[in-house]
Ligand binder design. Structure first.
Ligand code: 5AD
Ligand code: SF4
Length: 441
């Protein structure tokens, strides 16, 4: 029996890549095991978006080596792509180094490893094929990731992704819809469309659909109750996407629209291709929709040269937009990126201070935003049960956590559970990061 263990870091794209890698290995006769000690093959799917990703990977690899000598080791994902064959130099016991653009050749790479080849690589980025496999092994029984576009053609000054995931490759609408129909048949209720920039989706088949067209078609699939998508680039975000959401409640009331900075001069240095005003115009489309669409974002503080006045522009943007949630990062230098040549790096303590200021401000905004929902009835898709609080854990269409009590079904019972079902819940309390409530009929 051939066994493997896999550990995954990074974004949803990476998590979903691992699901596809697992599916491929299983169909090639491997069995997944929960502990590295039980495995012949140890795979490590890495992320390099921020901070000292490379050091962390080498540190973890050394640990693996100490505890599991003599096994086959593979490094996958963004650090694999970024460091390439250098990984063999620093960690000579590694046998496979492959980036995501080459996973469609994974089976062939496994054959080479099995044949005793001790240095197998998959590092080419000029592969125009997306990683499509009929054997994806999905983790969540109710919500499925579905890739529509891989790679990225933008060149944001801070971002390593175009180097680690290669150029954009859209899947055909037919193959996306076939996978979605198949998911519906298998009982999935919710699909999350994935891509580094879903808005630049362009169907390579003659139909030539854009993202909004694909979104509308996704909303018509029998059995799929919710469709989400991530992530959007403001430059390619068009009003038609808001119109599509407005037309069909299956398309979730949530847009994640990373702004990065509220200052047009910083945005220009970041090469984001939009100004603060361009961005706010898109926010206005979303806010003017008939449905109440939640808006979330990503913020980077301390980009090289960010002055106090520029930072305050970010704060004023947060005040103006009133995001429902945000991810906030300190700028970190990444290999190959164009921001490396910029001078005037912000001291670490100052970045930390700015991060705290953003977080405190956003916390107050979220308490306010969530409190507005107290008294309303929201539909929650139940994801599980929290023993400690005796509450069901649910999620609203706006992607808010909504924990609730259910008088007739207070806890899971011998195989009977609400997980995977929808409940209407009256919101009774609001915190900064979640809502609480009680099920209503
Ligand atoms: N430093 C800090 N944050 C970064 N991000 C991407 N690259 C960097 C970097 N070098 C953040 C951006 C992006 C999110 C996924 O990660 O905010 O939207
Ligand atoms: Fe990390 Fe970016 Fe790679 Fe995702 S695409 S794993 S966020 S470096």
């Amino acid at each position: 029996m051939k066994t493997f263990y896999i550990e995954t870091f990074g974004c949803q794209m990476n998590a979903h890549d691992s699901e596809k890698v697992i599916g491929t290995l299983v169909s090639d006769g491997y069995t997944q095991v929960p502990e590295p000690a039980q495995a012949d093959l140890i795979l490590y799917n890495t992320c390099s978006i921020r901070d000292k990703a490379e050091q962390k990977v080498f540190h973890r690899l050394q640990q693996f080596k100490k505890e599991h000598t003599g096994k086959t080791f593979g490094v996958l994902g963004c650090v694999a792509q970024q460091e390439g064959e250098k990984i063999f130099e620093r960690a000579p016991f590694v046998n496979l180094v492959a980036g995501s653009a080459s996973y469609s050749q994974l089976s062939q790479m496994l054959v080479q490893l099995e044949a005793g080849n001790r240095r197998v690589t998959g590092l080419s980025l000029d592969n125009d094929q997306a990683f499509e496999t009929p054997f994806t092994r999905r983790d969540n029984p109710h919500r499925a990731y579905l890739t529509i576009i891989e790679g990225c053609d933008k060149s944001c000054a801070y971002c390593v992704v175009p180097f680690t995931r290669g150029p954009e490759r859209s899947r055909t609408s037919e193959s996306v819809l076939n996978e979605a129909r198949d998911l519906a048949r298998k009982g999935y209720l919710e699909v999350q469309l994935l891509g580094q920039n879903v808005n630049s989706y362009r169907d390579p088949s003659p139909a030539g659909w854009d993202f909004a067209r694909l979104l509308r078609a996704m909303g018509e699939i029998d059995g799929i109750r919710r469709v989400r998508f991530t992530t959007s680039h403001p430059r390619d975000f068009v009003k038609d996407i808001v119109d599509a959401i407005d037309e069909n409640p299956v398309l979730c009331n949530h847009v994640h629209l990373p702004v990065q900075s509220g200052s047009s001069s910083v945005l220009e240095r970041m090469q984001r291709l939009y100004t603060r005003d361009d961005y706010l115009r898109r926010i206005e489309w979303i806010k003017k929709a008939r449905r109440n669409i939640a808006i979330t974002t990503d913020i980077i503080v301390g980009f090289p040269g960010e002055t106090e006045a520029e930072f305050e522009q970010t704060l004023s943007l947060l005040e103006e937009v009133q995001y429902d949630s945000l991810f906030n990062f300190k700028y970190s230098r990444r290999p190959n990126t164009s921001a490396l040549v910029l001078g005037d790096h912000i001291p670490e303590e100052e970045k930390t201070r700015r991060l705290t200021v953003v977080q405190e401000m956003q916390r107050a905004i979220q308490i306010r935003r969530n409190s507005e929902l107290v008294g309303s009835v929201e539909e929650a898709l139940v994801e599980g049960y929290n023993q400690a609080t005796s509450q069901w854990i649910g999620r609203t269409t706006q992607n808010r956590m909504l924990n609730f009590i259910h008088p007739e079904f207070p806890r899971p019972l011998e195989g009977a559970t609400l997980a995977g079902k929808y409940s209407n819940v009256r919101v009774t309390r609001a915190g900064p990061n979640s809502l609480a409530g009680e099920r209503v009929n």
